[in-house]
Design a protein around this ligand. Structure first.
Ligand code: SD4
Length: 325
């Protein structure tokens, strides 16, 4: 088990690990909300801390929340210790790493790529789809061709040493069944709001380890892994994509907030919906993050173990989410 996982298992549900200078703390009651100052950036899992730092630094540099959420997750796409994001991620069952990513701004602009190979920064390719094409989603070889035409470097197709070792081990015992459990995810989803209330979000992943070749998860599906609306708020997801897609998780949360729910209430309702529509939920993990235009924050997962990073101009804190079970 990775150090991160050991850490998560040991962590106390509902607690916050705050770095010096942090103001917020995770409220125990679902009625209370984490209120963040603006700008505010949220991202999934431990790697959210360095990702938030990269996002905040980009925000200070360019003033653009879109630039910030792109730069933030690019940091994770390069993290060789992360086996669920970027080309170093665990491969599908054929031994090929394929990536999914999406990006969205609060005015409804969005772009995504899925099932893409050999591109180090799928999030930037998703941004190209959003800004330079008339489309929302481009997949597979088409996405790779777009990357080539836009001058993205095309990487050699080989597994990272850690992914190779894990894949070799998996081949011995797996019988080529996709392993879907609460350990098998580490996607980064990031949502942010700037001081003027402009929002943006990004989500990038290598998807489920040992998935069937061609499988696409929730992360590049607008409304499932990510949804952003300046008039209401933003949400992102991590975990078993199939369960998240089934309930249009991120869109559902934004729509619940539109109807008056707080981000926390909306995340909890989305998890309840997801649980009610899924089978064998005991071994399945999924978690949501949400933010509304007031800067209130919500987080909720099916099982304990989900955490997220909350960053502002002067602070960055890792917080444990509450869960359904
Ligand atoms: C997927 N939601 O492809 C992603 C998995 C995940 O870290 O969260 N991976 O289903």
């Amino acid at each position: 088990m990775s150090e991160r996982r050991k850490f998560i298992k040991k962590s106390i549900l509902g607690s916050a690990i705050l770095v010096p200078g942090i103001s917020g703390a995770f409220a125990n009651s679902s009625k209370k909300e984490l209120i963040g100052e603006k700008p505010l950036i949220l991202s999934t899992w431990n790697h959210g801390l360095p990702a938030n730092a990269a996002a905040i630094s980009k925000l200070k540099e360019t003033g653009s929340i879109l630039d910030a959420v792109e730069a933030g997750v690019m940091d994770t796409e390069l993290d060789m210790d992360n086996l669920s994001v970027g080309l170093q991620g665990l491969p599908d069952r054929e031994g090929i790493t394929t990536l999914d990513a999406s990006i969205m701004t609060g005015d409804g602009s969005c772009g995504s790529v899925a099932f893409v190979r050999q591109v180090k920064h799928p999030i930037s390719l998703a941004r190209v789809v959003m800004e330079k094409t008339p489309h929302v989603m481009i997949v597979g070889e088409g996405a790779r061709q777009l990357a080539i035409s836009e001058g993205f470097p095309i990487e050699k197709e080989e597994l990272s040493p850690k992914a190779k070792e894990a894949y070799e081990k998996w081949k011995v015992t797996s019988k080529y069944k996709p392993v879907i459990n609460i350990e098998n995810h580490d996607t980064i989803g990031m949502i942010g709001i700037d001081k003027n209330g402009q929002m943006a979000g990004s989500c990038t992943t290598s998807g489920l380890a040992y998935k069937m070749h061609g499988r696409v998860g929730d992360s590049p599906i607008i409304g499932a892994g990510l949804y952003v609306d300046n008039e209401v708020g933003a949400a992102t997801a991590t975990g078993l994509g199939e369960t998240i897609i089934r309930v249009c998780g991120s869109f559902l949360i934004v729509e619940l907030m539109r109807q008056g729910r707080t981000p926390q209430e909306a995340c909890e309702e989305a998890v309840r919906r997801l649980v009610s529509k899924s089978k064998n939920i005991k071994d399945v993990q999924a978690g949501f993050l949400a933010i509304n235009k007031e800067g209130q924050v919500g987080a909720y997962a099916i099982h304990p173990g989900f955490n997220f990073a909350q960053g502002t101009l002067s602070s960055n804190a890792l917080i444990d989410s509450k869960s359904y079970f």
